[in-house]
Ligand binder design. Structure first.
Ligand SMILES: [Zn+2]
Length: 113
């Protein structure tokens, strides 16, 4: 459960969230949510389908056949993917696969080698 921070102006505990801001109903102070979050919360941990922590440069294998968007190609289960790059996006991994070129993968469909 997330705890909302007290208002930095009047110390009210009745803070609420409004979009990307926190709002204090007592003094009407508004401030961005991002600044209130501890820095270490920003470090995202990426895990493969087996729960292993993934890092940039790791080699993984694909654990199921993946259809490519916008083409008839399929990345076969067991395909080895070298030198992955982790990204914070709707997919988790940027990589290059021999014969396919630049690809985007999700961590849940790979396993660390
Ligand atoms: Zn306040």
């Amino acid at each position: 459960m997330s705890t909302l921070p007290a208002c930095p102006q009047c110390n009210s505990e009745f803070t609420y969230e409004d979009g990307d801001n926190f709002v204090c109903p007592e003094c009407a102070h508004e401030w961005p949510r991002q600044a209130a979050e501890p820095a270490e919360a920003a470090a995202k941990v990426y895990r493969d389908s087996a729960g292993n922590v993934l890092q940039d440069g790791d080699t993984v294998t694909v654990i199921k056949d993946l259809k490519l968007k916008g083409s008839s190609g399929v990345v076969k289960m067991g395909t080895k993917v070298k030198n992955i790059r982790l990204v914070d996006s709707d997919h988790d991994i940027d990589c290059k696969i021999d014969g396919f070129g630049a690809m985007s993968l999700k961590t849940e469909f790979v396993r660390k080698v």
